[in-house]
Design a protein around this ligand. Structure first.
Ligand code: FNR
Length: 371
C-alpha cells in the first residue's frame, strides 16, 4: 500500500511480513523460545493507564528533549538492530537519513550490514550518533572499534550486557545462513561463522562470555564517551551500574530475543526508580544517571508512560526495520512523522505542554507487578 495509507507503527509490521524475504522476516521478527517476553513487552504497556489533567493551555506542545546532553526532536532514539541489508539494500543508512530529517539519534550496531564508516559518512554535519558494542573476546579489536567510534564523533557507547550468547530464536534457526549471506555483515562483525543455525548464531560467536563488572574500568580507560549498559533487567544491577559510575542503563530484554520470561523494560523501570531513590536518594529523570527503556514501544502513549515513570528516552527497534524494509528511508521518515503527530495529540489530551509536565501522577501503574 502507498505510504499515506499507513496510520501507525503496527501497520509497518503487517506490511513487512508480506513483502520481506522469508529469511529477513525470520531474523527480524523472531524472539527467544516461545516468544512470551516478546509479546509481554508491548502488553505490559496495556497495564498502565493515564490520569490526564484538564484546563491547561495546550495550544503549543513541545516534545523535544535532550539525550545525554544532545538535542532530540522527541524522547525516542533508534535502537541498534543488526543486519539491515537483509531487509533493504541500503541497510542502516536508511535510518541515518531519516534520523537526520527528523532530528533523532541513531544507535549504530556493531553488527551493522553497512560498515561503521559508511554509516557515519552518511550522517549530516552535527548529526548525533551512538554506538552499540558487542565486546569481542579479543580486546584489541574492541579497543580499536571503540576508539575509532570516538574519533569519528560518536557521542555515547552502549555496551550490550544481556547477550553473552545470543538467545534461541527458533524461527530464525530454521533458516540456514547461506554462502552468499556474510555480505550482509560488515567486516567489523563476525569471525568463525557457523552457518547451520540461522543468522543470529552465525554472527555472534566472537562475543565475550567472560565480560564482568570489573571490565568497566578498562572501558573508562580507553574512551571518554559516556558508557551506558544496554540490557539491565533488575534494580540490583541498575544500582551496581550507578555505583560503577556509568552514565546510564537501558532497561531492556533485547526485544524479547534473549532470555524468555525476562520482564518488560517498563516493568523493570518502576522498581529501578523506587529502589534507587530508597538506596541512593536519586530522582528521575536524572542528568547524572539516565534510565532508558526499550522493547515493545509502538505508540507515543507508550513513550509518555515511560517518561512519566522517570525514563530519559526510549529506544525503538523493529518498527524502523520494518518501515525501511518496505519503503526505504521514506518509510522510516513516515514512522517518525507518525510518532510526532501522536506526541502532539496525546500531550494535548494529557494536559502536558512539555515533557516536564509528564509527571508520575499522570499515570496509574498500580497494575504493574513490581509496583
Ligand atoms: C536487535 N537488538 C539488538 N541489540 C543489540 O544490542 N545489538 C544488536 O545487534 C541487536 N540486533 C537486533 C536485531 C533485531 C532484528 C532486533 C529486532 C533487535 C535489540 C534492539 O536494540 C532493541 O533492544 C529491541 O529491538 C527493542 O525492542 P523492539 O522495539 O524491537 O520491540
Amino acid at each position: 500500500p502507498p505510504l499515506d495509507e499507513i496510520l501507525n507503527l503496527h501497520d509497518f509490521e503487517n506490511i513487512a511480513k508480506q513483502v520481506l524475504p522469508e529469511k529477513a522476516w525470520a531474523y527480524y521478527s523472531s524472539a527467544a523460545d516461545d516468544e512470551i517476553t516478546h509479546r509481554e513487552n508491548h502488553a505490559a504497556y496495556h497495564r498502565i493507564w493515564f490520569r490526564p489533567r484538564i484546563l491547561r493551555d495546550v495550544t503549543n506542545v513541545d516534545w523535544s528533549t535532550t539525550i545525554l546532553g544532545h538535542k532530540s526532536s522527541m524522547p525516542v532514539y533508534i535502537s541498534a538492530t543488526a543486519l539491515g541489508k537483509l531487509g533493504h539494500p541500503d541497510g542502516e543508512i536508511n535510518l541515518t537519513r531519516a534520523a537526520a530529517k527528523h532530528g533523532v539519534i541513531q544507535m549504530i550496531p556493531t553488527l551493522a550490514s553497512c560498515s561503521f564508516d559508511e554509516i557515519v559518512d552518511a550522517a549530516q554535519p552535527g548529526q548525533v550518533q551512538f554506538f552499540q558494542l558487542y565486546v569481542n573476546k579479543d580486546r584489541a579489536i574492541t579497543k580499536k572499534l571503540v576508539q575509532h567510534a570516538e574519533s569519528r564523533g560518536v557521542k555515547g557507547l552502549f555496551i550490550t550486557v544481556d547477550a553473552p550468547q545470543l538467545g534461541r530464536r527458533e524461527k530464525d534457526m530454521r533458516m540456514k545462513f547461506e554462502a552468499e549471506d556474510p555480505s550482509v555483515v560488515s567486516s567489523s562483525g563476525s569471525q568463525g561463522v557457523d552457518r547451520s543455525q540461522g543468522a543470529a548464531r552465525a554472527i555472534s560467536s566472537f562475543i565475550d562470555t567472560a565480560l564482568k563488572w570489573d571490565d568497566l574500568k578498562w572501558f573508562k580507560s580507553i574512551t571518554k564517551m559516556p558508557l551506558i549498559l544496554k540490557g539491565v533487567q533488575c534494580w540490583e544491577d541498575a544500582l551496581e551500574a550507578y555505583d560503577h559510575g556509568v552514565a546510564g542503563v537501558v532497561l531492556s530484554n533485547h526485544g524479547g530475543r534473549q532470555l524468555d520470561f525476562a520482564r518488560s523494560g517498563i516493568e523493570v523501570l518502576v522498581e529501578v526508580v523506587a529502589k534507587l531513590k530508597e538506596k541512593r536518594g536519586l530522582t528521575f529523570p536524572n542528568e547524572k544517571f539516565h534510565l532508558f527503556v526499550d522493547g515493545g514501544v509502538r505508540r507515543a502513549t507508550d513513550v509518555l508512560k515511560a517518561i512519566a515513570l522517570g525514563a530519559t528516552a526510549v529506544g525503538v527497534g523493529r518498527p524502523f526495520l520494518y518501515s525501511f524494509s518496505a519503503y526505504g528511508s521514506e518509510g522510516v521518515e513516515k514512522a517518525l512523522q507518525i510518532l510526532h503527530d501522536e506526541f502532539q495529540m496525546n500531550m494535548r489530551l494529557l494536559g502536558a505542554p512539555t515533557l516536564k509536565d509528564v509527571v508520575p501522577s499522570m499515570v496509574d501503574a498500580s497494575n504493574l507487578q513490581s509496583h
